[in-house]
Design a protein around this ligand. Structure first.
Ligand SMILES: O=C(O)CCC(=O)C(=O)O
Length: 299
């Protein structure tokens, strides 16, 4: 129910760091698929929450003309999703790659019903991060953020609005494409439609070249995406007064950190100057999972 118990506490659950084989695969391909990360019960619960949001937005005329919903700030708009942001089956992938000084900077709920036919040409291919892809000068650009995509519908065949990506493209700064987004253009070489079952999660490097595809099937596509980055990078989601929400107190300290509510709100804290009051650092320390590769600034 909206505004009531929203979080799934991870206390008492096991956190398993990314394995060396997963790391090798992630470094090589730029993404991992985690089959069955959510149980069928969880899929049912999170689906129901997303469907409720969809109905609410429909009632106030906020769906796109094709009746799709692409809604930023996932937890603000659907607090029942808070249990996904540190889901024990996949959150360890995030801190294994980025360390403990992280937050969710960009998230979205996506509902895509069947389209009557292919949409007019539009070049959707991109790397995440917006102007990071103009303003960072290295080649390849640094990773900086990763994303978890939680699949709540059956996208086990192509043509169902699959996430499309180019494996191994995360170290390529430039993808040849049309001079204007609305020009018809062939799919890039090597592009694959990712096939997933409800409850699967895709974990990807923000730099991987990716695009949503059209859902031409009768199965409404439903997914929730959470992007994580370092706390010294600004949050794109709306988080300004989340702490005033009635459900905020029910979140765990790590969930609050991920939603911008850790420390004293100062820039110093965001820079990671006080690991002792940074919940994810504390949690990893308590579980003896701190990576010596991410030491505090002043030992
Ligand atoms: O919805 C999709 O399949 C793609 C999502 C996307 O482009 C993104 O997460 O940046």
């Amino acid at each position: 129910m909206r505004g009531e118990a929203v979080s799934v506490s991870t206390l008492g659950t096991t956190w398993t760091p990314m394995s060396p084989a997963q790391r090798d695969q992630f470094e090589r391909d730029g993404y991992l698929i985690l089959p069955g990360a959510l149980s069928p019960d969880e899929v049912g619960r999170y689906r129901a929450a997303v469907e409720a949001v969809y109905r609410t937005k429909d009632a106030v005329g906020r769906l796109a003309p094709d009746r799709s919903l692409h809604l930023l700030s996932a937890v603000r708009n659907c607090p029942e999703l808070a249990g996904l942001i540190d889901h024990p089956a996949v959150f360890p992938l995030v801190w294994s790659i980025l360390g403990w000084n992280v937050h969710v900077y960009h998230s979205h709920i996506d509902v895509h019903p069947q389209l009557p036919g292919p949409k007019p040409a539009w070049w959707h291919w991109h790397q995440d991060g917006g102007r990071q892809n103009r303003e960072l000068e290295t080649d390849p650009r640094p990773r900086i953020s990763v994303k978890l995509a939680f699949w709540l519908s059956d996208v086990s065949r192509p043509g169902r609005g699959n996430l499309t990506l180019i494996p191994g493209s995360h170290r390529t700064n430039w993808l040849p494409g049309p001079p204007r987004r609305d020009l018809a253009w062939p799919q890039p070489d090597g592009a694959v439609q990712i096939t997933v079952e409800p409850g699967d999660v895709v974990f990807f490097d923000r730099r991987i070249w990716h695009a949503r595809s059209d859902n031409l099937s009768p199965v409404t596509r439903m997914a929730v995406f959470f992007g994580y980055t370092y706390r010294w990078i600004a949050v794109r989601d709306e988080v300004a007064d989340l702490w005033r929400q009635p459900w905020w107190q029910e979140l765990s300290p790590v969930q609050r950190q991920l939603l911008g509510g850790a420390g004293d709100g100062s820039g110093d804290h965001l820079w990671g100057h006080d690991p002792g009051s940074t919940p994810l650092y504390r949690e990893l320390a308590a579980r003896q999972l701190l990576d010596p590769g991410y030491p505090p600034l002043i030992p």
